[in-house]
Ligand binder design. Structure first.
Ligand SMILES: [Zn+2]
Length: 207
């Protein structure tokens, strides 16, 4: 998958990019000012999240799959004292979205939130159930939310994410086909519009 990482912190993202590359995911990073984001309870306001989806589509269309937002600690104004990050169940303008802030170990949270998008991505572009393909009952519960004996997230995703990679890659090919079809349709519509316009202008002249 191609992950758009909107970075509002000064954190170095090299290790994170390397970690995602191991699972076949690529990061497109963009510095982003998050100091004026309006918050509403635990998360940024719904309006801001919706507008973000629109802004991403305007700039990237099919060039990115998932959006991740890395906040600086000072800009993270969640009402929850313990929240490290969130994955939103509702995609914004077609992009799944995760947010988190740059405490020590934010890369674990980033990987966790990204994990939540993998099964949806595979299902969207190939119609397959990723959890079942890698031999678990429920991808989110049995892989992403896997816990150790103490009840903490293990963040140990190498085995499952590596096993998932070929299905994610297959879904990527599905996405590329769709993107090409959309682009060619767009071209055709543009062409027919230009032809109609030309005819219209010609007719107007002959009147
Ligand atoms: Zn989770």
């Amino acid at each position: 998958m191609i992950v758009l990482l909107l970075n509002g912190s000064k954190s170095c993202t090299r290790a994170y990019k390397k970690r995602l590359a191991k699972w076949g995911d690529e990061v497109v990073e963009k510095k982003y000012d998050l100091s004026k984001v309006p918050w509403d309870g635990k998360s940024p306001s719904k309006e801001w999240l919706d507008a973000l989806g629109v802004a991403v589509y305007k700039e990237y269309q099919f060039a990115v799959d998932v959006v991740q937002v890395l906040f600086d600690k000072k800009d993270w104004k969640s009402s929850s004292k313990t929240l490290r990050g969130t994955h939103f169940g509702t995609p914004r303008n077609g992009y799944e979205l995760g947010i988190f802030w740059n405490r020590k170990g934010w890369e674990d949270t980033g990987a966790h939130e990204l994990g939540h998008t993998k099964d949806d991505f595979v299902y969207t572009y190939s119609g397959k159930n990723l959890g079942r393909l890698v031999g678990v009952n429920d991808w989110d519960e049995d892989v992403v939310h896997k816990k150790n004996k103490k009840g903490n997230y293990t963040y140990d995703y190498d085995t499952a994410f590596n096993a998932a990679q070929k299905w994610v890659d297959e879904a990527c090919r599905g996405r590329d086909t769709l993107a090409n079809q959309a682009a060619s349709l767009y071209k055709q519509i543009g062409y027919s519009l230009r032809v109609s316009l030309r005819k219209l202008t010609a007719n107007t002249k002959s009147l």
